[in-house]
Design a protein around this ligand. Sequence first.
Ligand code: ADP
Ligand code: MG
Length: 264
Amino acid sequence: MTETARPTTPKIFCIANQKGGVGKTTTAINLAASLALHGRKVLLVDLDPQGNATMGSGIDKAAQEHNLYHVLLGEASLSQAAIKAPEGGYDVLPSNRELAGAEIDLVTMPERERKLGQAIRSSSTTYDYVLIDCPPTLSLLTLNGLAAANGVIIPMQCEYFALEGLSDLVNTVKRVHRNINPNLNLIGLLRVMFDTRVTLQQQVSKQLEEHFREKVFQTVIPRNVRLAEAPSYGLPGVIYDKSSRGAKAYLEFGTELIQRVENQ
Ligand code: ADP
Ligand code: MG
């Protein structure tokens, strides 16, 4: 991976899925750390008022003077609010419950769905990748993420209703593409929390490949307890236990994503 192969404008990707608990935040944190280990400059935007990506990166969500809320409302710049993840090698635009209020505070503002994109574009730091950890709803916050991004990465569990939920999300992406952000594309689907012993998961995984073909990432993230333990130590799984199966898979995913988006 040479200097010249690096992207010149930031790749801005939403990690999105309308369901909760499907591995969005775990994917966002570990992908951020993985891309940083590959030498890329990364910003992780915590777009979920729960602040899990913030805490899971080792940052106290209650102790920051500025956070994403202030950036969206124009009360702080991105570089004032972004801070270094202590061990992750990437920067975080942190959030906490205050962010839920932004939904209401933004309602009367012009271009209210473009605030995040404007903040990222006017950032004084040049990032190779901006990863946006989305909340599990199609809210004004998520819309800010989709309006700012040029790609969507969908982590998903291979369960019975997964495909049904997926078509809603793909339609949402198409609608945003048509009406708000013509640069938005589906980058790919990432199978997470995968258990090869479960026949149903294998079947759904196969259906996914048949239906979405090259949009399905080759890397599959296994269900791995080390990935679930890592956030309580404020560490990405790829740093908490880099020899675990989960960590290896996320590192591999970083490599696959770089190949997919930087060699176009
Ligand atoms: P979301 O952001 O979509 O709500 P999370 O990333 O927070 O989902 O994951 C939900 C729960 O599942 C968390 O407790 C997380 O630690 C756990 N988890 C996520 N991915 C894995 C995995 N590959 N193996 C085991 N546990 C996982
Ligand atoms: Mg989450």
